[in-house]
Design a protein around this ligand. Sequence first.
Ligand code: COA
Length: 157
Amino acid sequence: MKIAIYPGSFDPITKGHLDILKNASEIFDKVIIAVARNGEKKCFLTVEERVKLIKESVTDFDNVEVDSFEGLTIEYAKKQGAEVLIRGLRAVSDFEYEMQLSQTNSALCSDIKTVFLTTKPKYNFISSSTIKEILNNGGDISKFVPDCVHEYLVKNR
Ligand code: COA
């Protein structure tokens, strides 16, 4: 069974992330989308809120699980018996950071490979920060996030 981990901060999950997840779920037997608890970023939503919103967004996928983790992604992946880390690439600007992250992870554990997937072009420009900026300025985020995320953010933020 090929297990892949899709790690990230998902603050919040977007339609771009879901597109990556859909592709990953078609390639691997099981995909665990995992929210990093101790990322460097100052997050807008709590880990529990992010996990809840991801769970509500992935009900159509029967081989996707949702979790959170602390510490190194690679250690979490080993514990889950995963062989692959999934990362999304949107534009050249993502490349340098993703290359460094994948090479660091590979240096820590060469058995776990990083697979890069791309989104549909219509999602290429979306990022969680731009969604938060639109929301904070009263704009409409419904095109960029799953319906449940839109509803939750409009009600609670
Ligand atoms: N659709 C929409 N947005 C996307 C996207 C897509 N398909 N792909 C990437 N992004 C955006 C995210 O929205 C996010 O935007 P933001 O910066 O505006 O918030 C940005 O790209 C990157 O976010 P994400 O993919 O969640 O990565 P991250 O940099 O927040 O998290 C971890 C990276 C958590 C995987 C990494 O820090 C990690 O592994 N941490 C654990 C410790 C560790 O093992 N470190 C590595 C060894 S030192």
